[in-house]
Design a protein around this ligand. Structure first.
Ligand code: CA
Length: 229
């Protein structure tokens, strides 16, 4: 289970964010001051830090600087009060990986948290140029092509390659169609969830011995797909 450190002094926002994160299956440690957040980071490992800029005592900017100086590499998503360029620049300069301006949409916050977790896990698991094996197929990212078990090479489109890499980085994890759309098509994607299904059908023809009964790219009913190595 992924652990999130939430540092937010506003009771209402903190309560809402914590509730939504918990509903998505995250374990949340909620601290209300910057000092308490720094203290929490000394004692435990987190997957993402959600950090409000405006805090009593030391600010979110100071917290980010402090923890980066201490060598903590955990992704930081900064919550900025205003949509002004200066606080965004400050947030990124202080060591934050991303920011979100208040008032924010809860679905967007959750999506950005997922993106940070994927990015940090993905970079640990496989280098982007590594050769992947998926079922009966060999994916060569450098060549942007895939070789099926009959030895035939197939060129991959950008989206097909990103989708294969995304699945491979998340073995055993149920990925929602929305997660896949975000990762492969971007946040403001116009394609529908049906697009994801069509791409999966195509990938299965290459990866699966029996595409009608897939055992590597399996359907998670009412949700999305899961990659089983
Ligand atoms: Ca605040």
């Amino acid at each position: 289970m992924s652990r999130i450190l939430l540092c937010e002094d506003d009771h209402l926002i903190g309560t809402m964010v914590r509730l939504n994160l918990q509903q998505d299956g995250y374990e949340v440690d909620w601290r209300k001051t910057g000092e308490a957040a720094v203290e929490a980071l000394g004692g435990a490992r987190f997957d993402v830090i959600l950090l409000d800029i405006g805090l009593p005592g030391i600010s979110g900017i100071d917290v980010a600087r402090t923890v980066r100086r201490q060598g903590v590499g955990t992704p930081i998503l900064m919550l900025t009060a205003r949509d002004d360029t200066e606080s965004k620049v400050q947030a990124l300069d202080s060591g934050a990986d991303d920011y979100l301006s208040k008032p924010f949409d809860m679905a967007e916050l959750l999506a950005r948290v997922r993106a940070q977790i994927r990015r940090s896990q993905g970079s640990l698991e496989i280098a982007s140029n590594a050769e992947l094996r998926m079922g009966g197929a060999r994916v060569d990212s450098e060549r942007r092509a895939l070789q099926t078990d009959d030895g035939v090479w197939h060129d991959l489109s950008d989206k097909e390659l990103v989708l294969l890499q995304f699945l491979a980085k998340n073995p055993g994890r149920a990925l929602s169609r929305a997660d896949i759309l975000e990762e492969v098509w971007g946040m403001d994607a116009s394609p529908t969830e049906r697009t994801v299904d069509n791409f999966i059908v195509r990938l299965r023809r290459w990866v699966e011995a029996d595409p009608e009964n897939p055992c590597h790219i399996v359907t998670v009913r009412g949700w999305g797909y899961r990659y089983e190595p």
